[in-house]
Design a protein around this ligand. Structure first.
Ligand code: ZN
Length: 119
């Protein structure tokens, strides 16, 4: 009886794990329009960054820059797998805990069947 209680407590602990961690992460992105206006915007980490943004002064299409260099489409792919990986990791740890819980219950029942068979 007491062993099954311990198993339940283990399960509820895992549900309280990290939430809202990604919200605090920010990245500054630089844009420069053909007329030389440059500005910086803050984006949440993990979102797909636009390569082009409308210039706030002349409405022209400003292009994304990083360290003074024009950014092409390749850089955005780096961010995508990170959030995906987090989701997979989260799902897996939940599954592992469920497996662990079941293992405990099975071994408990087995021990009970082998050992003292008390009503
Ligand atoms: Zn401009």
């Amino acid at each position: 009886m007491s062993e099954s209680m311990r198993g339940m407590r283990l399960g509820s602990q895992s549900l309280e794990s990290d939430k809202g961690v990604e919200l605090s992460a920010r990245q500054l992105v630089e844009f420069k329009c053909p007329k030389g206006h440059d500005f910086t915007l803050a984006f949440a980490e993990g979102v797909e960054l636009p390569l082009v943004w409308q210039c706030q002064r002349c409405q022209a299409s400003a292009q994304r820059f990083a360290d003074g260099e024009l950014v092409t489409g390749e850089a955005t792919e780096e961010d995508a797998p990170r959030t995906h990986y987090d989701m997979v990791k989260e799902r897996r740890s939940e599954q592992e805990l469920e497996d662990l819980l079941e293992e405990m219950l099975v071994s408990m029942r087995k021990r009970r069947a082998q050992g003292h068979v008390s009503a």
